[in-house]
Design a protein around this ligand. Structure first.
Ligand code: GDP
Ligand code: MG
Length: 564
């Protein structure tokens, strides 16, 4: 027997029958509700003298029938939202109002909090016949601050909007909106590091690794609300952490209202699905988090395709056999990114898409080479900031360019949206752009996707290699940076090493770094040193001023080197 949710106490068999009948209704996607559905709701309301509602899925099926009191309705727990940000729950609520009242505050709270597709009230007259209808839906945040639009009440029987089209366009707006937001706070996450109990340093390296994961999560726009470390004699093959610990973490997540668990290692497909089977939370691993960042950063067509391909390839073996288990394992943070609309797809479609993408990429690669050659060299000088995550790249970008406007897209169409304008002392200006940080232990498979995020700076005039002067891994970072830049074919671009966080090191260390060649020691937090950096950048740029296309790259590099 289909379950009836909500306030069912004291209902007789007639009422139950009327309520159960609602489950038989089907609603096509182009309408909010059919007259048949409304009729069934109205009859059940009459029978029960209570509000009655149906949560209708986009597939047309009634997923839940809910009965309330005479003046309100409590929706059942429909689980945590795990769909992508920018997308709704795929459920709409159609329910009755017995006393002619319009949509209530509770209705609107359910709409926004549960991210329902839409909430509609069928308003009954004194005879218990439908008199009018009102509905509301979520809209991207606007100036008036209201996160929803309300329509009606309109007389019952008046034409309804095309529901499917309405929702599609709203979701489109949300998706667009999400992309242009400066600081995305895409939910709250708990980070989990599981390591082996090897020696006394295990705990330290676990903390260092988690700190980087936290920085990555922040880059991805996630708020880290809790960090969990578990050191074990061996990694649990099924759940990574022990079962008891996993339960503890899940309870914690409910407590702190987190909807994502991010594991600081790669999860095998079976671990990913094992953990996902235990919880409603979104489960990500380190690789997926990194891919999510790439997805946000990739700007070129090529880059987007590369990242989507990497996402799909990584997700494929993790896709469950059952289609309903897909969404939690495939997407990134809120399933965003170039592939965002395609992330919740089944294995077969995923495979087809992989084949398509590979073909498209071959095609795009050819075009790109042609375009690069065409790019004119008279535009503004471009300064790209590279370096490890947490070195202070973003802080430095902000310090250098102050509250200056985002560089207009049109002007710098080849650059990504993080490009900013830097005023040089002589009154001219350059474009400074942030890049995705280098990442410790980056999974090998991600390199192509990683490279894709750097394509835009292939034509940069100067690289600022930001190094955290206080990091214990400083020298190792410098070495790997050189290697990475080589692999990214960026090693021919003039480069200035910026030792950042001068304030965090000892006097001796400062003296040592000050004498390093081709470098400058600064603190992004100190105005004077930022000014010195600007002067230095201006100087290097003036020396390596753009040379005609024909001049060899080597000549350009020599010039730059002599300038440093
Ligand atoms: P990114 O990952 O390279 O973009 O690094 P961020 O710009 O996000 O900075 C990482 C952390 O280092 C932040 O907590 C910054 O506040 C901090 N930071 C950046 N520059 C400095 C600096 O010059 N001195 C100190 N003490 N901290 C800094
Ligand atoms: Mg940054």
């Amino acid at each position: 027997m289909p379950e009836i949710y909500g306030n069912v106490t004291g209902l007789g068999p007639q009422a139950h029958k009327a309520l159960e009948r609602i489950y038989r209704r089907r609603v096509p996607l182009d309408r909010i509700a059919t007259p048949e559905l409304v009729r069934s709701l109205v009859e059940a309301s009459r029978e029960t003298k209570r509000q009655v509602g149906a949560l209708v899925h986009r597939s047309g099926v009634v997923d839940y029938v809910v009965v309330g009191t005479a003046t309100g309705l409590m929706l059942p727990d429909i689980g945590r939202l795990r769909a992508a940000e920018g997308r709704f729950r795929a459920l709409r609520l159609v329910h009755t109002h017995l006393y002619g009242e319009p949509l209530t505050r509770d209705d609107l709270t359910d709409l926004t909090r549960l991210r329902l597709d839409l909430v509609s009230a069928v308003i009954l007259d004194a005879e218990g016949e439908p008199r009018s209808m009102s509905w509301a839906y979520n809209v991207p945040s606007r100036d008036d601050g209201k996160p929803y639009d309300i329509v009606g009440p309109v007389p019952y029987g008046h034409p309804q909007p095309n529901f499917g089209e309405l929702i599609a366009s709203l979701e489109g707006e949300f998706a667009k909106h999400g992309k242009t937001r400066a600081v995305a706070k895409d939910g709250r996450a708990i980070l989990v590091h599981v390591g082996l109990k090897k020696n006394s340093r295990s705990a330290d390296s676990a903390r260092a690794s988690l700190a980087e994961l936290a920085a990555l999560a922040e880059t991805a726009g996630v708020e880290v609300v809790e960090q969990v470390i578990q050191l074990r004699d061996q990694i649990d093959p099924k759940f990574v952490v022990g079962k008891g610990k996993l339960e503890e973490i899940i309870l914690k997540a409910i407590d702190v209202d987190a909807e994502t668990l991010i594991f600081d290692q790669e999860l095998s497909p079976s671990q990913a699905s094992g953990i996902a089977a235990q919880t409603d939370l979104k489960v990500l691993d380190r690789t997926q988090l990194i891919l999510d960042i790439f997805a946000q950063r990739a700007e070129s067509v090529d880059g987007k395709l590369q990242v989507e391909l990497a996402q799909l390839k990584y997700s494929l073996p993790r896709l469950g056999q059952k289609d309903d288990s897909l969404s939690r394992l495939t997407g990134g943070i809120g399933g965003r990114g170039p592939g965002e609309t395609k992330l919740e797809i089944g294995r077969r479609r995923a495979r087809e898409r992989v084949t398509r993408l590979e073909k498209e990429l071959k095609h795009v690669a050819k075009k790109r080479d042609q375009q690069r050659r065409k790019r004119n060299s008279s535009s503004l000088p471009i300064v790209a900031i590279v370096g490890y995550t947490n070195a202070g790249k973003s802080t430095l970008l902000n310090a250098l360019t102050g509250a200056d406007v985002l560089a207009e897209n049109k002007l710098f169409a080849t650059l990504d949206t993080r490009a900013r304008r830097l005023h040089l002392p002589d009154g001219s200006y350059a474009v400074v752009t942030d890049t995705v940080g280098f990442i410790r232990n980056m999974p090998k498979d991600l390199f192509t996707a990683f490279r894709a995020t750097f394509e835009e700076i292939a034509d940069a005039d100067l690289l600022l290699e930001v190094v955290d002067a206080g990091s214990v891994e400083r020298e190792e970072h410098e070495k790997t940076t050189a290697k990475l830049l080589d692999e990214l074919s960026l090693d021919r671009i003039p480069r200035l090493r910026v030792y950042n966080k001068a304030d965090s090191i000892t006097e001796e260390e400062r003296t040592a770094l000050e004498t390093e060649p081709n470098s400058i020691l600064v603190s992004a937090l100190d105005r004077d040193s930022v000014k010195r950096l600007v002067d230095r950048v201006a100087f290097v740029l003036s020396r390596s001023a753009r040379v005609p296309e024909e001049t060899s790259e080597d000549a350009r590099n020599e010039e730059a080197e002599s300038a440093m």
